[in-house]
Design a protein. Structure first.
Length: 470
């Protein structure tokens, strides 16, 4: 009987720090050997001329999240993790949303129930706090941290979600107390409302108004404010979905001052622009997300910051709504004003191939940077390293084998999400994942699902590498 369950033979193994040609031996779901000419496995995979990378971890996705406007997310935990697997991911971290007036503990339990038994790949949860009551912060938060949810997202915009300054301050104090990481969606809600009214009065109600109502200054201002509060409360802060140069300047300003401020960016800020929201007649709704895509100069600023290590992670912010549906992008009212179009675009399946092609294949970032930005740093920052995020002895065998030469044109019909469009339709890429395995079991092959719902397990997370042990 073979010693290993699976051997991946003769591939180029890449971690965040090293690149080596070797075999990978897998037993009982974990990596147990790395070396030349290792013993036989029950299953042998020939990875000659292929890359063997840690499976992608997408630490910013929205699945089956409740909404307050009648819109319905296109992907649940089943379809969202299926799509993620086909795009080279072995783990996702979706959000558990506490609705206003709802108990934080209940909201987490509800999301556990939605996810349990459905996922194709492993998953964890972040908690969104929209109602920072005494009960939520003092009683419930410590419980959810004990249950392995060690990061909290807060919003500075959106009706029914935006926290005021005092609330932001209190959430940060609470996360400091329990050793959780605070993540922030930084956009100034009041300014966006004023801008929206101004645009509507002038008759600019089409999807492009979404981008015009929230120019980068509203993101820059909120980012600066959030950084300032984090400094006052003395907590690390993770700024999500950064869209361009002015915000990057704020992040770098904070880093220069020695503050523990970290950030991510997403494919939409590298490849789309606000002009896409002008697509006729209302197709621009397909690109409505917040913050909105900016312009080419801001795309370049994001690429430059990725290459210089300003961003710690690269995520999709997958937030899928069907376009041709009255519970999706064309929800009632959406013809009247952009403000009714649900915010968010699909991208969990396309995140890695886009960064691989436009980043690695086109020479903007190294392969090791790619691994750090898409897997290893997520595992460290969200408290799962070295179980997840690396190819190392003892780590879970979460592996994506890539063909760096494979040419793929992204089209809706090759994708596996439940959305009816991709914002990246027609984009031709070089490099695609060909085999994806979670804990040693193949979950996707050649861009198609090969596993089953329910195989993915909840991963209880520990303390973030960014949060000091006080
Ligand atoms: O437009 C977006 N990004 N929707 C998802 C929710 C969020 O703000 O992350
Ligand atoms: Zn957000
Ligand atoms: Zn998001």
């Amino acid at each position: 009987m073979a010693f290993f369950d699976t051997v991946i033979r003769n591939g180029t193994v890449v971690t965040a720090s090293d690149t080596m040609v070797c075999d990978v031996g897998i037993k009982n779901g974990r990596i147990v050997a790395l070396g030349e000419h290792i013993e036989e496995g029950s299953t042998e995979i020939d990875a000659t001329d292929l890359l063997v990378l840690p499976g992608g971890i997408d630490s910013h996705v929205h699945l089956e999240q409740p909404t307050s406007d009648g819109s319905v997310m296109a992907d649940d935990f089943e379809s969202g993790t299926r799509s993620a697997a086909c795009g080279g991911n072995t783990m996702v971290i979706p959000f558990s949303l506490q609705e206003r007036g709802e108990s934080l503990l209940n909201s987490v339990q509800e999301h556990h129930d939605r996810a349990s038994g459905k996922c194709h790949i492993d998953y964890a949860l972040h908690a969104i706090i929209t109602d920072p009551s005494e009960q939520a912060l003092v009683k419930d938060l410590p419980e959810i941290v004990k249950g392995g949810i060690t990061s909290v997202k807060i919003f500075m915009t959106y009706e029914n979600m935006a926290l005021n300054d005092a609330e932001i301050f209190r959430v940060m104090e609470a996360t400091r107390h329990v050793g959780a990481l605070t993540m922030v969606h930084a956009e100034n809600f009041d300014a966006i409302r004023q801008m929206t009214e101004r645009l509507e009065r002038a008759g600019h109600t089409g999807p492009r108004g979404h981008a015009d109502s929230r120019p980068i200054v509203v993101e820059r201002e909120a980012t600066h404010r959030a950084i300032s509060f984090a400094e006052l409360v003395d907590v690390p802060l993770f700024v999500v979905h950064v869209s361009g140069g002015d915000v990057i300047e704020q992040i770098e300003w904070a880093k220069r001052r020695g503050l523990p401020i970290y950030a991510e960016t997403c494919p939409q800020y590298l490849t789309l622009t606000a002009d896409d929201l002008d697509s006729m007649p209302t197709e621009g709704a397909k690109y409505v997300c917040s913050p909105p895509p900016r312009d080419v100069a801001n795309q370049e600023a994001c690429w430059d910051a990725l290459a210089r290590g300003v961003f710690s992670t690269f995520t999709s912010d997958h937030c899928p709504f069907v376009y041709a549906s009255d519970t999706g992008k064309q929800i009632k009212g959406a013809q009247e004003s952009f403000k009714y179009v649900p915010n968010g675009i699909p991208g969990v399946e396309t995140r890695l191939p886009i960064l691989f092609s436009k980043g690695v294949s086109e020479g903007r970032i190294t392969l090791n940077d790619f691994v750090a930005l898409t897997a290893t740093n997520h595992a460290k920052i969200y408290g799962m390293y070295p179980q997840k995020g690396s190819i190392a002895i003892g780590s879970d065998a979460d592996i994506a084998i890539w063909d760096p030469k494979k040419r793929v044109t992204l089209t809706q019909d090759i994708l596996n999400h439940n959305c009816d469009y991709t914002p990246y339709e027609g984009m031709t890429l070089t490099g695609y994942p060909v085999v994806v395995m979670v804990r040693g079991r193949v979950v996707a092959k050649d861009g198609k699902p090969a596993g089953e719902p329910g195989y993915g397990e909840f991963v209880s997370r520990g303390r973030s590498s960014l949060v000091p042990d006080r």
